[in-house]
Design a binder for this molecule. Structure first.
Ligand SMILES: [Zn+2]
Length: 185
């Protein structure tokens, strides 16, 4: 509760030019700056939030992002993962399973694979097959919160998916609520 109230206060103050906020780690007075943030909390290895407000503590070095409209952001991120033009990586499969709020058993049953094999995909110990990759995407689009409207558009682009995995970052603009893929990042 106290946590919620604090977050609300932070967002209410968003538009003011100069703000004093408290570091969530050490309680010292921290600064708010605009910058980019590697969104590791998403569970994805390569997602960067651009132009986001950050609470930076000079005392302890802690950096907290102020994430606006987190549900919209997570939905857009799910779409960005599902529509990516390369084979899904393990962390992306895990992200989509969690977006569906499913256990490994539940998701595995839909895919007709056992939990151990799913775990190998999620941990990049085994590579997901091309058809399973498309099935994961189709299931996520069909069952994921707020994704079904994208079903046709994304599935029609399935032929453009390249089967090799590729190092690629997803950059999210949190103000415009848009994303782009950054190849080779
Ligand atoms: Zn601090």
């Amino acid at each position: 509760m106290a946590q919620n109230r604090k977050q609300k206060t932070v967002s209410q103050r968003r538009r003011k030019a100069v703000r004093k906020v408290e570091c969530t780690n050490c309680g010292a007075t921290a600064r708010v700056v605009r910058g980019s943030y590697d969104f590791a909390e998403s569970g994805l290895k390569r997602v960067r939030l651009q132009g986001i407000e950050l609470i930076v503590c000079d005392q302890c070095g802690n950096v907290d992002p102020i994430i606006p409209r987190v549900n919209d952001l997570m939905r857009l991120l799910a779409i960005a993962v599902i529509a990516k033009p390369y084979r899904l990586a393990g962390d992306e499969i895990r992200f989509l399973r969690k977006y569906l709020r499913m256990t490994g058993d539940e998701f595995g049953r839909l895919l007709h694979i056992n939990r151990t094999n799913l775990s190998k995909w999620e941990n990049d110990e085994d590579r997901v097959g091309a058809q399973s990759d498309r099935l994961v995407r189709a299931i996520a689009l069909s069952l994921g919160d707020g994704l079904r409207g994208k079903l046709e558009e994304v599935i029609r682009k399935f032929p453009e998916i390249r089967d090799e995995p590729a190092a690629m970052r997803i950059d999210m603009d949190t103000e415009k609520m848009s994303y782009q893929y950054v190849e080779g990042a």
